[in-house]
Design a protein around this ligand. Structure first.
Ligand code: COA
Length: 463
């Protein structure tokens, strides 16, 4: 700042004046915002011609498919699509069986052409482990975008309503999604169902495990890692309440065979497997180096038992010159924090919501859940969208749930609460404190005891 003329320091009167001016400016900005909101009259919105179309993945890349891909890229701030990316993406979403919904506007000469929708919404049926080893088919929702020029006109509301109704009519009991913003999906009945835990491990000289681990770890080629990861994931998915099925893109992304963000293979990605006593993979890690090799970033670590996971951590911490290992998803049931000789070597850097769940059919969803306690309780579900509203009596005997309709109940649950209770993440007493459950304390406690699980839900897959 040397040589620049500086303004004299502000006195108290100046600060008060400045404060008043700021307040006035804020009030002015707010009234302008309100005027702009008010200027979006329903009649003006209604004049825009929107056609809703829904299609399954075609056997080759069509103009419609490419346009849909472009629209999603636009919604998430990515560049224009490249041919090879679109072709690979088509193969992946065909394997998953996605249904693609689009809202198409009459662009009157502008816009991005007739094949590129102004809103996108995708659904597929995949399984969620709902406890006691049960894999429940659920409606997975992804690629929700509305073009900036067409927001706040009810497009998301319409597409969400259509998709949830369709899923319920097809007999699905649950819908699931992940979110980029926390304020959008509660109104549609979704509650946070699993969390993700980001962590940093100091893998320098002070890293040490307090138990002996057999180091049966081998590096794997990208191709071999795909097979190993699939097998380990299938066992993990069957064994962990809260696990969401993995989509096809995981194969190429975690092995480095293809990276959609780079629109090319990612040669930085490495994979290592842990082998059980019979030489079969029971753990796999995918990682790459950052900061000239000082830091390892774990893309994914998955194991069917604690020994395999700890052996992979030991392997990562043994890589020469690496001082730090970072990851986005440490399992909430990982033994790592408890196995470190010095627990301070591990820092939890973030705990965030991961998947959100919504009940579509209350008796069906509850019957599919593994319960760890017996008991009974009657409750009413309030659902703004009307999909899951009703009053029920839940009776659990020997872990098996029976749900029968009743005429009414004084315990009331917002449908969001069911999503957060279902996999065992939230406690009913805590949700009552948050206003999502109301009614007599004894009923809230009965609900809390019934839905309690020994372990938190574990999920390793986003979509
Ligand atoms: C989020 C998004 C899909 C909303 O679409 P939209 O068509 O404008 O939504 P709608 O007009 O149907 O609005 C539905 C409701 O959500 C609210 N809403 C919309 N976007 C919101 C946001 N970002 N934060 C909080 N509330 C939001 C609306 O105010 C409206 O509320 P109401 O029901 O109380 O009136 C759109 O803004 C978007 O594409 N964003 C960028 C991509 C993205 O974030 N996708 C979400 C991936 S999880």
């Amino acid at each position: 700042m040397a040589g620049e003329a500086r303004p004299p320091p502000l006195g108290v009167a100046d600060l008060q004046l400045l404060g008043r001016r700021r307040l006035l400016l804020r009030l002015l900005a707010r009234s302008v915002r309100h005027a702009v909101e008010a200027y979006r009259p329903a009649a003006r919105v209604a004049r825009v011609n929107i056609a809703h179309r829904s299609f399954t993945v075609p056997p080759t890349v069509t103009d419609e498919l490419r346009g849909w891909y472009e629209a999603v890229g636009l919604g998430f701030g990515q560049g224009r699509a490249q041919d090879e990316s679109v072709a690979r993406w088509r193969e992946e979403i065909a394997r998953d069986g996605w249904r693609l919904d689009g809202a198409y506007a009459d662009a009157a000469g502008f816009g991005l052409g007739e094949h590129t929708p102004v809103a996108t919404f995708a659904t597929t049926t995949q399984t969620i482990n709902t406890g006691a080893g049960h894999l429940e088919p659920a409606c997975f929702i992804s690629d929700v975008t509305v073009r900036t020029t067409h927001r706040r006109r009810g497009l998301l509301t319409r597409m969400m309503g259509d998709a949830l109704t369709r899923a319920r009519d097809e007999g699905l009991t649950l819908a699931a999604l992940t979110v980029t913003e926390g304020g959008i999906y509660g109104r549609f009945g979704f509650g946070v169902a699993t969390t993700s835990v980001a962590a940093e491990l100091d893998s320098g000289p002070r890293f040490q495990l307090a138990r002996d681990i057999e180091p049966r770890v081998e590096l794997a080629t990208p191709e071999a890692s795909v097979e190993a990861r699939r097998a380990v994931f299938d066992a993990f998915h069957a064994g962990n309440r809260g696990s969401h099925q993995r989509l096809a893109f995981y194969d190429a992304f975690l092995s480095g065979l293809w990276d959609h963000e780079k629109a090319a293979p990612n040669r930085d990605v490495r994979s290592a497997v842990h082998l059980d006593a019979d030489g079969k993979p029971d753990g796999v890690v995918s990682y790459h180096f950052e900061n000239d090799g000082e830091k390892v970033r774990v893309r994914d670590i998955i194991a069917t038992n604690p020994e395999a996971e700890l052996a992979l951590w030991q392997f990562l911490a043994s890589i020469d010159l690496v001082e730090k290992v970072v990851l986005r998803r440490l399992s909430p049931t990982s033994a790592l924090p408890w196995a470190l000789a010095d627990p301070h070597r591990l820092t939890i850097t973030k705990v965030a919501d991961f998947t959100w769940l919504r009940a579509l059919d209350v008796p069906g969803a509850i019957a599919a859940r593994g319960f760890e306690s017996d008991g009974e309780v009657a409750f009413t579900v309030d659902d703004r969208l009307g999909l899951a509203s009703g009053s029920y009596r839940l009776v659990v005997r020997d872990g098996r749930a029976e749900v029968t309709p009743v005429s009414g109940a004084s315990l009331r649950l917002d449908v969001r609460a069911l999503g957060s209770l279902h996999l065992g993440l939230a406690d009913a007493c805590v949700l009552a404190g948050a206003g999502q459950i109301s009614g007599p304390a004894k009923d809230v406690h009965a609900l809390s005891r019934l839905f309690r699980t020994a372990l938190p839900p574990v999920n390793a897959s986003g979509f």
